[in-house]
Design a protein around this ligand. Structure first.
Ligand code: SF4
Length: 303
């Protein structure tokens, strides 16, 4: 039996034993996505975890996502698929800094991208994802918004609203590393391709794209489009579901090795280890969880 098949069988057995489900982000390795019960972006995974009836949720993604699963489904035990899978963007803001910024802009509502720690969500007015940032900003009463922590997503939202958006200077190393020059070169190579980029990319990159979309929106766009070729500007893991769901279409990544190192820490071996040892339990202090949930629920009520 092949190594891959053995690993898959092992995971299937452990799932039954633990009464577990496995959820995976679109940026995970293809073989990890293939063994998951549900694959999606942050918003879809958050929604999925609300009603899950499993004793254990194995979360294949990064820590802030597993924290959201724990907050939204306190009845399940949440295990993160690798102990050190974090998000450098989420780590760019801490509580003291957020409080200082709040004092500087006392009139502003704090809109926190979900790529933040639970403690930051707990101090925010509402959350948003890359799929719904504009809708969230436009739906809340405040005319002044302190958008944390991703300045590129915040800038993109600012182009879609009349409200005043104050940008916090965080960024995703992976998405911000793509340059306009690389996009232009890729467009020369594939002149017919529609260019879809993630809103965590720099404004000059988004300006060259046909659309700035979350990963789930990219999947919908590609499925519904009559176009046959696409240039993708986000973590390369999303190529797997794009190609699987659209076998008659071509997908090219804007630059080779467009990867999030933290998303790639999870392998089938780390999943097996996590399940066998019951390690990497993700918990959120109760008081923090209650307040963070309010910010997440407000978002889920809007979109
Ligand atoms: Fe964080 Fe960027 Fe990785 Fe997403 S791709 S988990 S924002 S570092």
């Amino acid at each position: 039996m092949s190594h891959l098949k053995q690993a898959k069988e092992k995971i299937a057995g452990l799932k039954k034993e633990l009464n577990a489900i496995i959820v995976a982000h679109n940026y995970q390795r293809p073989e990890v996505q293939d063994i998951a019960d549900f694959v999606g972006d942050s918003l879809e995974l958050a929604r999925k975890c609300v009603g899950v009836r499993a004793e254990v949720i194995i979360f294949c993604g990064v820590r802030f996502m597993a924290e959201m699963a724990a907050i939204l489904n306190p009845a399940s035990i949440v295990l993160l698929s690798h102990p050190d899978a974090g998000c450098p963007l989420a780590d760019m803001i801490d509580i003291d800094t957020l409080r200082q910024w709040r004092q500087r802009y006392p009139e502003a509502a704090v809109v926190a991208y979900v790529n933040t720690a639970a403690a930051i969500k707990a101090e925010s007015d509402i959350c948003c994802t890359s799929a719904n940032g504009t809708e969230v900003v436009n739906a809340i009463p405040s005319e002044e918004i302190l958008f944390i922590p991703d300045q590129n997503l915040g800038h993109y939202v600012s182009t879609k609203t009349d409200k005043k958006i104050i940008l916090y200077p965080g960024f995703c190393h992976t998405h911000a590393s793509i340059t306009a020059k690389e996009v232009k070169l890729a467009k020369q190579r594939y002149p017919q391709a529609k260019v879809l980029v993630h809103p965590e990319c720099r404004p000059e990159v988004i300006a060259l794209a046909d659309a700035a979309l979350s990963t789930s929106q990219m999947l919908r766009y590609a499925a519904q489009s009559n176009d046959k070729a696409f240039l993708i500007g986000t973590e390369e893991g999303v190529l797997h579901p794009l190609r699987k769901q659209n076998p008659d279409k071509e997908f090219h990544i804007i630059r080779d090795r467009f990867i999030c190192p933290d998303m790639k820490k999870t392998t089938l071996a780390t999943i097996i280890d996590t399940m066998q040892t019951g390690s990497n339990v993700v918990t959120v202090p109760e008081e923090t969880g209650i307040r963070a949930k309010q910010a997440i629920d407000k978002m889920l009520a809007i979109v």
